[in-house]
Design a protein around this ligand. Structure first.
Ligand SMILES: [Zn+2]
Ligand SMILES: [Zn+2]
Length: 391
């Protein structure tokens, strides 16, 4: 009986995770080396199973403590009582509303802020650390992603946009972590997913529900890559300005909605000596010539450029951005005493959706469809599985 029970759950778990596109397997705490972890049921109950079958049920308020040992196995206790040592544990929620609080401890004993998650779990030892995979329906996963990526204080219309973008990203990247046996990680590498926020989330929940299953595709019904950044500085960037690849989906366009928002402008001072030495060391830029020094100190970008000064010097602006930790590549330079003043516009790569511009459009009464078609030119809406609605 137990074995049958287990097999049904096992098959369900893997079917759901690997074949049904509506369900995701997400690695959580992916940036942490977890040595031990406490799992406390906050709502409902969970069934605990090992590869050999049913082990136990944990109810509301009860907890499991898992610790990895030197032979790469997981030592399990329930409410302080030893239960055994296992390679992998599965936790299945009894109803889809049940959720659990995960409190990990790292190998170096630092504590990590606990997070709460819905869905099922597969927990295993991996190179002497504990790996936690969360099996979750896409629409529930999005609640966590939206709270993590956009915060919990935006308008519903804005969450509709972010839901479609994040859903499209998930659909476009289902195979990103195939080698490791899951779909997505919870870090910025994929999309931030720091738990299912359990507070009042009416706007997020409604934004997701009202766009249920919608994704962006191009005119040939091919998935549209959905990039976004905080503020484009008034002009969107093209992908080859920022990365070494050219995506025809993105053609630079003007954005007047974000130019007076919070992160529209920035300034940074860099010492002239440091600035010149960087250019000379990395790009053979001849700083002995006064006219070259002048060009470096008096660089203007009224429209987005790809290279500093002139393409012939071969100095990509993205290199300056990463070296000097600048908010964007969209900046101009002027000399101020022994320093160079960089006056910049925007925050982030500037490709795709401009979050602050989109929020401003929402304030001015534009609909999510109008905003998406403003930032993702040539894109249209479709269903996760089937092409459905268009605009
Ligand atoms: Zn990832
Ligand atoms: Zn913008």
């Amino acid at each position: 009986m137990k074995v049958t029970n287990y097999l049904i759950s096992f098959l369900f778990f893997f079917n759901v995770c690997h074949h049904d596109a509506q369900n995701l397997l997400v690695q959580v705490f992916s940036q942490k080396k977890i040595h031990s972890i406490e799992l406390e049921v906050v709502l409902g109950s969970y069934q605990v199973q090992s590869a050999d079958g049913f082990l136990s049920e944990i109810n509301e308020g009860q907890s499991l403590k898992l610790q990895v040992n030197s032979s790469n196995q997981i030592h399990v206790t329930k409410n302080g009582i030893f239960m055994g040592v296992y390679d992998t544990l599965f936790l299945f929620q009894s109803s889809h509303l049940d959720y659990i609080r995960l409190s990990p401890n790292l190998s170096n004993k630092t504590k990590v802020k606990p997070r709460e998650y819905e869905g099922d779990f597969e927990i295993s030892a991996f190179h002497s650390h504990i790996q936690v995979l969360n099996s979750i329906f896409v629409e529930s996963y999005l609640e966590g992603v939206l709270a993590s990526e956009a915060g919990v204080r935006c308008a519903k219309e804005y969450y509709k946009i972010q839901a479609i973008i994040s859903r499209t990203f998930a659909r476009n990247n289902l195979h990103k972590h195939d080698d490791a046996g899951f779909n997505l990680c919870d870090a910025v590498h994929c999309q931030a997913y720091y738990g299912n926020y359990q507070g009042e989330l009416t706007a997020i929940n409604e934004g997701i529900k009202e766009t249920n299953g919608l994704v962006l595709v191009d005119s040939n019904n091919v998935s549209f890559p959905t990039f976004f950044s905080a503020n484009c500085g008034g002009q969107s960037a093209e992908t080859d300005q920022i990365w070494n690849k050219s995506l025809p989906n993105y053609v630079s366009h003007e954005d007047t909605f974000c130019v007076h928002t919070r992160q529209a402008n920035w300034e940074v001072y860099i010492s002239k000596a440091k600035f010149l030495s960087y250019l000379s060391k990395n790009y053979y830029f001849d700083i002995s010539k006064p006219e070259q020094r002048d060009m470096a100190f008096n660089f203007t970008q009224n429209e987005r450029k790809t290279f500093f000064i002139h393409p012939s010097f071969g100095i990509p602006l993205r290199d300056l951005r990463s070296t000097f930790k600048l908010r964007s590549t969209f900046f101009s330079c002027e000399p101020v005493g022994d320093k160079v003043l960089l006056r910049g516009r925007g925050f982030g790569h500037g490709i795709g959706l401009c979050q602050e511009g989109a929020m401003e459009m929402v304030k001015r009464g534009y609909s999510y469809k109008e905003i998406l078609s403003f930032y993702f030119r040539g894109a249209r809406l479709s269903g996760w599985n089937n092409p459905i609605s268009h605009w």
